[in-house]
Design a protein around this ligand. Structure first.
Ligand code: FAD
Length: 383
């Protein structure tokens, strides 16, 4: 298998990162994406130094640097009086201490940068995977449009409702956590009239809910909030629904005037269910392997879900380089051994929603360098 046919299902941040990083190691792949096209979805995303080191390897670090906001701190504040609960240094401190910048960006801009880095024809759109036949010798992928594709190795990067996961482990819907996230992106100019000093990156906390707020552009001209709010039920047939300012005022009644101003500033608000699974013991079977949300979906409360998908991609590429594609079972075992502990720990802390609420050292997350961390032998990790 000197030139294996590698199929990647899903062109989210994890799938594209896998394609780009594998390419750097000499392995070509094809991405199959269900969406007919991508749009600039209204959402932000934190990009920590652990991810920026991977962007550096891809030659995309500088383009990220000028795309995103560079907060000097992550602040946590008490819900009603705004008292500071924590102040986590980022900015220059992050560069010196963790080896790269800490950014907050527009998710659509970040994704588009990754899409643009894929060689022409590398993403096949409108290809919704519906079935997988693994003969042992090769894998046949079947898509909703009636077409098929053959591959030697298939990487499942198809997100929280993964068809790959279902094929490998049986049908089981992800768990609705009883929490929703409201999201809104709006021009920062809408805040000028309130005459308040809005933090570049802040999380407002009360006992059962929160609101995370940050800029998503370098010029700090677009602001974003994302919440975590209890809601007993969710219609699992819907990926998201429209929300409203009325709903937000009710959910955040009594919160600080700054939070009220944020709600006042934007009427276009969406609402998403927060889904998760318990850590999976099985990451690969035969010629199939998973990464990112397909494998370990989590609550977004460490802002590290996409980061874990991108780190998975980098470690998978590193293991391909180390072992090769011929002995893919050893490659996949090495990959799992070197990812499962970290991804499961991040899943757990995200679930608990305690991250950076009080001053703590985030070095184990931000300081991680997927390319230089010593590799663990699979035999040393529980099956
Ligand atoms: C409210 C919220 C806020 C978040 N904030 C952050 C943050 O600040 N930082 C962070 O790192 N993470 C954050 N996350 C988590 C992050 O969004 C996910 O962990 C991340 O997107 C996972 O990447 P992925 O590539 O594994 O999956 P996805 O991004 O879900 O991509 C999967 C891709 O596969 C495609 N696909 C699905 N099924 C099929 C199929 N059958 N056939 C073909 N294609 C298919 C999808 O269309 C999609 O393009 C947040 C999540 C939420 C809900």
């Amino acid at each position: 298998m000197s030139k294996p046919r590698i199929a990647i299902v899903g062109a989210g941040l994890g799938g594209i990162a896998a394609a780009l990083l594998l390419r750097q190691e000499g392995f070509e792949s094809t991405l199959y994406e269900q969406a007919p096209a991508f749009s600039r979805l209204g959402a932000g995303i934190h990009v920590g130094p652990n991810v920026m080191k991977i962007m550096r390897r891809l030659g995309l670090e500088q383009r990220m640097e000028v795309m995103g906001s560079h907060p000097d701190f992550w602040h946590s504040r008490n819900w009603n009086d705004g008292a500071l609960l924590s102040e986590i240094p980022l900015g220059d401190y992050a560069r010196k201490t963790y080896g790269a910048a800490y950014l907050t960006v527009h998710r659509g801009d970040f994704h588009q940068l990754m899409v643009d880095a894929v060689p022409s024809g590398g993403i096949q759109y409108d290809k919704r995977l519906t079935a997988i036949d693994d003969s042992g010798q090769e894998v046949l992928l079947r898509f909703a449009d009636g077409t098929t594709a053959k591959a030697d190795i298939v990487i499942g990067a198809d997100g929280v409702n993964s068809v790959m996961r279902e094929h490998m482990l049986g049908a089981e819907a992800p768990r609705y956590t009883g929490y929703v996230a409201h999201r809104a992106v709006f021009p920062a100019s809408a805040l000028a009239k309130y005459n308040m000093a809005f933090d570049p990156c802040v999380k407002w906390w009360s006992e059962d809910r929160h609101m995370m707020v940050y800029f998503v552009t370098e010029k700090q001209d677009e602001y974003y909030y994302v919440t975590g709010v209890p809601q007993a039920e969710w219609d699992m047939s819907k990926a998201w629904v429209q929300s409203s300012q009325e709903e937000m005022y009710e959910a955040f009644a009594g919160y600080h005037p700054m939070v009220q101003s944020l709600i006042d500033a934007c009427s276009d608000i969406t609402k998403w269910p927060l889904l998760e699974r318990d850590p999976l013991p099985l990451w690969s079977r035969g010629r199939l392997v998973m990464l990112g949300d397909a494998c370990h979906p989590m609550k977004p409360h460490m802002a590290q879900g996409a980061a874990m998908a991108i780190e998975d991609a980098a470690m998978l590429a590193r293991c391909f380089k180390e072992v090769g594609a011929e002995d893919f079972e050893t490659t996949f075992a090495l990959y799992r051994a070197n990812r499962i502990e970290r991804a499961s720990r991040v899943q757990k802390v995200s679930h608990d929603n305690t991250w950076l609420r009080e001053n703590e050292d985030p070095g184990w997350v931000f300081g991680y360098d997927v390319f230089n961390v010593p590799l663990i032998e699979p035999a040393r990790v529980a099956a």
